[in-house]
Design a protein. Structure first.
Length: 277
């Protein structure tokens, strides 16, 4: 039996963002051979799976600085890592996210490894990010997914990814509508610069009734997950699984802590029960 798609479990969906160590080809001083990256992914995925996490995506977070477009060596490395995860965890709901901008490459890797979803961070409009000006890839994503005959791969689209600043900012609900209705995204990811801003964004888009799941893209902790459960269908989490709890050079390389994952997932169960009441 294939792994289930997102939001089929009847609870607040937790998607773990598995940040890989610097990969071969990145020219990062801490770059690791592909076998070490695979071992890192399997080790941390096992911790998450044992704590009850049933969905995660792989991401080349530590390959800094980011290229303005996805590089061939990144496609190759994530394909190898993703295939290993699929073999080891056949029931895991698996996804792909690439830090550099593009739609075709994440979808191609997802199809090759049997993944169920991709996360695309600049889906509509345009944004200024560290690597430059990036333009929405909704058309490219929908057309290429059809070309691959891979409509079963869900597209989770960020609306105002917090790592950039939108050009020509429009009202949040209108941007969300563009992504969900005209861009045909299967789910929307919203993330503010603070938990309060994220809650406000989720509530505002929820009230528009766009008919697609809403996810928190970052900032969830064991302490605040109950607040987000009232507005979100799912949360994406990684930093809350790390002891350092911060975005630093060392934090990018840090592995997940089993105790922190278990605590987070216990709070998720409680939040899901309260949400259903």
């Amino acid at each position: 039996m294939s792994a289930p798609h997102l939001f089929e479990r009847g609870r607040l969906e937790v998607i773990a963002a598995l940040h890989l160590p610097p990969l071969p080809g990145s020219h990062h001083p801490s770059a690791q051979p592909i076998d070490a990256a695979v071992a890192h992914a399997l080790r941390n995925a096992k911790k998450a799976w044992c704590a009850g996490v049933r969905a995660l995506y792989i991401q080349d977070t530590a390959d800094t600085p980011l290229a303005p477009s996805i590089q061939p060596h990144t496609v190759a490395a994530l394909s190898v890592v993703g295939a290993a995860l699929r073999r080891e965890f056949p029931d895991l709901t698996l996804g792909v996210c690439m830090m550099s901008h593009g739609a075709r490459e994440p979808l191609a890797v997802a199809q090759a490894i049997g993944a169920q979803f991709v996360r695309l961070k600049v889906y509509v409009g345009a944004m200024v990010k560290a690597e430059g000006i990036l333009q929405g890839c909704a058309y490219e994503a929908i057309q290429y997914r059809a070309q691959l005959e891979a409509e079963d791969i869900q597209i989770l689209a960020d609306v105002y990814d917090r790592t950039g600043e939108p050009l020509g900012r429009r009202p949040l609900v209108e941007e969300a509508r563009q992504a969900a209705v005209f861009g045909r995204a299967d789910g929307l990811i919203l993330t503010g610069l603070s938990p309060d801003e994220s809650l406000q964004m989720l509530g505002e888009v929820r009230s528009a009734g766009l008919g697609v799941p809403l996810l928190l893209g970052g900032g969830a902790t064991a302490e605040n997950i109950g607040r987000f459960a009232q507005y979100a269908d799912g949360v994406i989490v990684s930093t809350a699984f790390k002891a350092s709890g911060g975005w630093t050079r060392q934090g990018l390389l840090e592995e997940w802590d089993e105790g922190l994952i278990a605590d987070f997932m216990e709070r998720v169960v409680t939040a899901s029960v309260n949400k259903g009441n």
